[in-house]
Design a protein around this ligand. Structure first.
Ligand SMILES: Cc1cc2nc3c(=O)[nH]c(=O)nc-3n(C[C@H](O)[C@H](O)[C@H](O)COP(=O)(O)OP(=O)(O)OC[C@H]3O[C@@H](n4cnc5c(N)ncnc54)[C@H](O)[C@@H]3O)c2cc1C
Length: 318
């Protein structure tokens, strides 16, 4: 039976990792969750006590405040010395991606980052990864056990109840070679589209920034957040990058995703193709987005969007 250690500083992500093990290995795996932090952990331990979690390794230390990757690595190494996992799954948050290669070196394991469709067979990890700027998918196989990072929302959060064994570990941190010298709040206008239930996204089909106001009515009626393709964020600066969906933006999985004037290049699709219902509005019937959507409207967004908003308004009264 393979032994898995799961960890993320984001508990939702950690619960998704528990689910990733259940989905890929069924009952033939043993799962321990790492719970690290500087403060009281009782509630977090309860949150992690879901079906499938056999034990929780708890490390509480002031030096884990803000989860510095070097110290988190020390903590995971100490846990691993005790637990001896075959695989370490880490949430692919920014911090998780810093921790993963560090702990892989310490444990002398392979490291697969941003793993899609991870599989664990005969002591090896296999996963698909987007490479060459999103133009190809490679399948990577580790020679031995591995540290694997998995994107947020790739799996549903694990649920249910369990009574995992709680083990406390006293941290003996190694000397840190880096330190944080300051913190800057995010610029105003930044949003978090990751957890939105509905997203209406704008693409290069919009001719000017002012036209984006066309989406306001639709978003309001659907209680949706507004997202964007990369040209509108990084290239034109019409919206903050926090609204960008895709390979170099945020991966989203809403119940409803409406792509307006978005062609459907692989780098955009990578970030939204797991949405439950995808609607595309595009005036080019050959646009690749129509291969991915559940409902497609071939038409000029400047006519379709107001007409759709009007129709929904009269139906919902919102
Ligand atoms: C390493 C790398 C990372 C990247 N990361 C991302 C990423 O995270 N997210 C992302 O989105 N892109 C990303 N890209 C860019 C990506 O390759 C595409 O260039 C981008 O997704 C295209 O955006 P778009 O569909 O809005 O624009 P376009 O491809 O220009 O498409 C515009 C669409 O609008 C339609 N249209 C035009 N006028 C109208 C109208 N009046 N009504 C209706 N439809 C209309 C057109 O038919 C066309 O299909 C990345 C690229 C690279 C190389």
């Amino acid at each position: 039976m393979s032994k898995f250690l799961v960890y993320s500083e984001d508990l939702d992500s950690e619960l998704e990792l528990v689910s990733a093990v259940a989905k890929t290995c069924g009952d033939s795996a043993q799962v321990s969750a790492a719970l690290l932090g500087s403060g009281e952990q009782k509630n977090n331990a309860a949150t992690l006590s879901v079906t499938g979690v056999a034990s929780i390794f708890q490390v509480q230390s002031d030096s884990l405040k803000d989860f510095p990757p070097e110290t988190v690595t020390d903590a995971l190494e100490q846990i691993s010395q005790d637990y001896r996992p075959d695989f370490v799954l880490i949430g692919a948050t920014k911090k998780g991606k810093e921790v993963a290669p560090r702990i892989a070196v310490r444990l002398k394991m392979g490291c697969i980052t941003d793993a899609m469709a991870p599989r664990f067979e005969d002591g090896h990890a296999l996963a698909d990864r987007v490479v060459w700027g999103g133009n190809a998918i490679s399948t990577v196989v580790s020679k031995t056990g591995a540290v694997v990072t998995i994107g947020q929302r790739a799996f549903e959060k694990a649920t249910g109840n369990s009574q995992p064994e709680l083990k406390s570990i006293t941290l003996s941190p190694k000397t840190r070679t880096s330190k944080a010298v300051g913190k800057k709040p995010k610029a105003s206008g930044e949003v978090n589209i990751k957890d939105a239930d509905a997203i209406v996204s704008a693409g290069r089909g919009f001719k000017k920034k002012e036209d984006l106001a066309l989406l306001d009515d639709l978003a309001k009626i659907l209680n949706a957040m507004i997202g964007a393709s990369r040209p509108l964020t990084s290239d034109l600066g019409w919206m903050p990058e926090s609204r960008q969906v895709g390979l170099s933006g945020t991966t989203v999985k809403p119940k409803l995703y409406i792509a307006v004037g978005i062609s459907g290049q692989i780098q955009h699709l990578t970030g939204m193709r797991d949405s439950k219902v995808i609607v595309a509005i595009n005036n080019d019937k050959n646009a690749p987005i129509f291969q991915e959507c559940d409902y497609g409207v071939v038409g000029d967004l400047y006519q379709v969007v107001p007409a759709l908003a009007k129709a929904l308004k009269s139906k919902t009264g919102r």
